[in-house]
Design a protein around this ligand. Structure first.
Ligand code: NI
Length: 262
């Protein structure tokens, strides 16, 4: 089984001591490619450096909605420069988060739209973060949706109507370990069979959202555990895991334009 962790944060300092072991365990579990997702200026810088130093690792650059209040045109220019590296295959994670409200709504919306413009200029797919935006993210995307924009709704947590709207806009749907959690994942397990197979991605969002059963022995998530997400997804969709993993691998390479690389 060949797996792609389409969203993780290996640049996080919790991996400082054993990053090589973490990557080795991922490879041994069949996870031969990983996307390290930037969330601010520093994490984007680290993500790109890490991707450059290991084969099978790729990076994205972007300012997370939590960090929107610290964004500026200068930071944006810095990220655009950083994105020139061949290892940078996406822009993100960007979007709206009205759950935590770490940045004011007006800053979130301003820098979300500005970053969409940057991604479009660079012709990079977008990694979206959406939490409790009550339809606002979809509204912006429908206004600003260039026909050709590719993207993934990372850690999808919406309802059925939102799911169909994302699919209609042409986006991929990122499934995390939440799917494996008994109570919290129940709704997602109901929606999972409704996603067209050619639109699904799997991800860990490591070090967060550790799936079952690994969460019983460790708090820190890591890319190797994306296999548990895939297995639960195959179960929820009543599909063969090998068959599903093959499609998801191809979906991820297509989104991140990696056909020529792997
Ligand atoms: Ni993330």
């Amino acid at each position: 089984m060949k797996l792609f962790d389409s969203h993780c944060h290996l640049d996080d300092s919790v991996y400082d001591k054993d990053i090589d072991d973490v990557i080795k365990r991922a490879n041994e579990a069949g996870v031969s490619a990983m996307m390290i997702v930037g969330t601010n200026k520093d994490s984007s810088t680290r993500a790109v450096a890490l991707a450059k130093s290991h084969s099978g690792l790729y990076a994205s650059v972007g300012i997370h909605p939590h960090d929107a209040k610290n964004c500026s045109e200068q930071v944006l220019l810095y990220l655009i420069k950083l994105a020139k590296s061949k290892k940078v295959r996406a822009w993100g994670e960007i979007g709206l988060d009205f759950n935590r409200m770490y940045s004011p709504r007006k800053d979130q919306e301003k820098w979300f739209v500005r970053q969409l413009e940057s991604a479009d200029e660079l012709d990079l797919p977008v990694i979206f973060h959406e939490r409790d935006s009550n339809g606002r993210l979809l509204e912006i995307l429908k206004e600003k949706h260039g026909k050709e924009r590719k993207g993934v709704i990372h850690c999808f947590s919406g309802n059925k109507s939102e799911l169909y709207q994302y699919i209609e806009l042409g986006f991929y749907i990122g499934i995390t370990g939440i799917l494996t959690i008994k109570g919290r994942g129940a709704e997602l397990r109901k929606l999972a069979p409704l996603i067209p197979a050619d639109r699904i991605l799997v991800e860990t969002d490591a070090p967060y959202l550790t799936p079952a059963p690994e969460k019983n022995r460790t708090k820190r998530n890591e890319p190797a555990f994306v296999k548990s997400v895939l297995l639960k997804l195959a179960e929820a969709r009543k599909e063969d895991p090998e068959y599903l993993s093959d499609i998801i691998w191809k979906n991820t390479c297509k989104l991140y334009n990696l056909h020529k690389f792997i």
